[in-house]
Write a protein that binds this ligand. Structure first.
Ligand SMILES: CSCCC(=O)C(=O)COP(=O)(O)O
Ligand SMILES: [Mg+2]
Length: 235
């Protein structure tokens, strides 16, 4: 379906299932972090980001299960969270540190759907502000887009938002994004493959588009596209 959006100033993009194949994240990036997590945490346990992430993991387990856990317990929890695809800031922070090495050694490059780069370039050229909202940490998002199969896309982006703004399924997160962007909510459009994220964004007045890539279930509640080529903006 083609979608025409009028008077939009800012585009907010999900990554997994929207700009990039969910299989790349789940079958390449998650296993890479899973295989290295224990060794990474043990050998970097004094690094500030690791200390913070382990503390946060321990606090979450205490709050949710009433249990005190040690470093080994925190590592086991983080591995369990990878298996469950839990979007937790401590896990995303540690995964980001591990993925940094993967990107820098070119163990992998970020997947992009073929329609993504040309359309992002076109939209940025026309003056639209592009931003990312992903559960992956901001550091990971920047690495992800600077190491894609089609080169460095980071010059196209003006904003990055992650779980420090809140869960993508909570309406309050979008209220914060609206404030940070300094725009009326109806000047912002959010693209995602996940209906619950679009519902939360819509609740705060953002315009939303469901991106239905191969393997994504259809959702007829909002405008839906299979490719960014189906989207146009008019002022
Ligand atoms: C930025 S690549 C890694 C993304 C990630 O860790 C993840 O869990 C994807 O979550 P999203 O909110 O983008 O669906
Ligand atoms: Mg997604």
């Amino acid at each position: 379906m083609s979608v025409t959006l009028t008077d939009v100033k800012s585009i907010l993009l999900d990554i997994e299932g929207t700009t990039s194949d969910i299989q790349f994240v789940h079958k390449v990036m998650f296993p890479y972090s899973r295989e290295r997590l224990e060794q990474f945490v043990l050998s970097h346990q004094n690094l500030d980001e690791v200390v913070e992430a382990i503390n946060l993991t321990q606090q979450t387990v205490k709050a949710e299960q009433g249990q005190e856990i040690d470093l080994e317990g925190a590592i086991a929890t983080l591995l369990h969270w990878i298996d469950r695809d839990r979007k937790h800031p401590a896990l995303k922070s540690i995964q980001g540190l591990i993925w940094k090495e993967g990107f820098e050694t070119e163990a992998f490059k970020s997947h992009l759907y073929p329609d993504v780069k040309p359309k992002l370039e076109e939209w940025a050229r026309s003056g639209l502000k592009l931003g990312i909202y992903s559960s992956g940490s901001m550091a990971t998002q920047k690495m992800f887009f600077s190491h894609t199969v089609e080169g460095d896309l980071t010059p196209l982006f003006s904003n990055y938002f992650d779980l420090t703004t809140g869960s993508k399924k909570e309406a309050m997160s979008y209220e914060q994004i609206i404030e940070l962007l300094g725009l009326a909510p109806n000047k912002i459009v959010f693209f995602s493959d996940v209906p619950a994220e679009l519902v939360a964004a819509r609740e705060k007045g953002l315009r939303v588009v469901h991106v239905k890539r191969e393997g994504t279930a259809s959702w007829s509640d909002v405008p839906e596209v299979e490719s960014f080529q189906e989207i146009s903006f008019v002022s």
